[in-house]
Write a protein that binds this ligand. Structure first.
Ligand code: HPA
Length: 250
C-alpha cells in the first residue's frame, strides 16, 4: 500500500471532493492506530508524478468539522507514503485582500476550536510533544507553492492569518469583529487541529485557502448560503490543477 514515490498529498475541503485530472487511480482505506480516515485515499498520477488525495469531510461531505478524525486522516496519508501535504481549506474572508474566489496561502493561524483531539499526546503513556509551531505552515513548502503559482500564472495571495473556528455553524458578526481585532484575515473550521498534528507527525504542511464568501458582517447584511459558498469554490478551484501541476514540476 505504501508508495515510496509519492510526490504530494492533497486534502480536499468543502466543495473539493476529488481531483478530476488524477489518472490511473487506485483507492486505499488504511486502518491507522487512530481508526479509519474520512474516506478512501485516492492515489493516482498527475503531471507524471504520484499524488494522493483525501476528502477531509468524506466524499459525500458526511463528516462535520468537529467530528473529523484528523489524526487518522494524516496518519493514513503518512502510511501511504506522504511527507508533503497541501491542505485545501474553504474559508470566509475577513480583511480586504481576501474576497470571494481568492486563493490564499496563509502564514499564520489562531486556534479558536475546542473539544477536539488536537495532539498525538492524548493517550496515557504517549510521549508529551511540545513541537515548535511558531510558523504553523512549513516555510519551505510555502515557498515552493508561491514559486509554482508564479510559474503557472495562478493568482495567489501570499500570507494572512487563518482563524480556526469550531463550526459547524457560521460565526456571529461580533465573533468575526473580534477575530479581525485579533489579526485574522480568514476564517474556517478545519485548519486546526490538522496543522498542529501535521507538525507533530513531522509532515511538511501548507494550507491553501479557497475564499468562498465574505465572513459575517464583512459585506453588508446578506445571508451566507451554501449555494454561494459552493459556486465560489467552484470558480476559485479552476486554479488548483495548474497550481498542483506546477508544484509537482518544481
Ligand atoms: N466561516 C467559517 N468557515 C467557513 C466560512 C465562514 O464564513 N466560509 C467557508 N467556510
Amino acid at each position: 500500500m505504501r508508495h515510496d514515490d509519492l510526490a504530494l498529498a492533497v486534502i480536499g475541503g468543502t466543495g473539493v471532493y476529488r481531483i478530476a485530472e488524477l489518472e490511473h487511480v487506485e483507492s486505499h482505506l488504511p486502518e491507522t492506530r487512530y481508526g479509519f480516515p474520512s474516506g478512501p485515499v485516492r492515489v493516482g498520477m498527475l503531471g507524471g508524478k504520484r499524488v494522493a488525495f483525501l476528502a477531509r469531510h468524506g466524499e459525500e461531505h458526511g463528516v462535520p468539522p468537529h467530528k473529523i478524525n484528523y489524526r487518522a486522516n494524516l496518519v493514513a496519508l503518512q502510511m501511504i507514503g506522504a511527507s508533503r501535504i497541501v491542505a485545501l481549506n474553504t474559508v470566509g474572508g475577513i480583511t480586504e485582500r481576501f474576497g470571494p474566489t481568492v486563493l490564499a496561502l496563509p502564514d499564520q493561524l489562531i486556534d479558536y476550536t475546542w473539544g477536539r483531539i488536537s495532539t498525538l499526546s492524548e493517550e496515557p503513556g504517549t510521549d508529551v510533544l511540545h513541537v515548535d509551531f511558531g510558523d504553523p505552515y512549513t516555510p519551505g513548502l510555502r515557498a515552493q507553492i508561491l514559486a509554482a503559482a508564479q510559474r503557472a500564472g495562478v493568482a495567489l495571495v501570499d500570507g494572512g492569518c487563518y482563524g480556526a473556528t469550531q463550526g459547524p455553524r457560521l460565526e456571529t458578526k461580533a465573533e468575526i469583529a473580534r477575530m479581525r481585532r485579533d489579526g485574522c484575515d480568514l476564517v474556517g473550521m478545519t485548519g486546526m487541529p490538522e496543522a498542529g498534528l501535521a507538525r507533530e507527525l513531522g509532515l511538511q504542511y501548507a494550507c491553501l485557502s479557497i475564499v468562498a464568501n465574505w465572513a459575517a458582517g464583512c459585506s453588508g447584511d446578506a445571508e451566507i448560503t451554501m449555494a454561494e459558498v459552493l459556486a465560489n469554490v467552484e470558480t476559485a478551484s479552476s486554479g488548483i490543477p495548474p497550481l498542483l501541476r506546477a508544484i509537482l514540476a518544481g
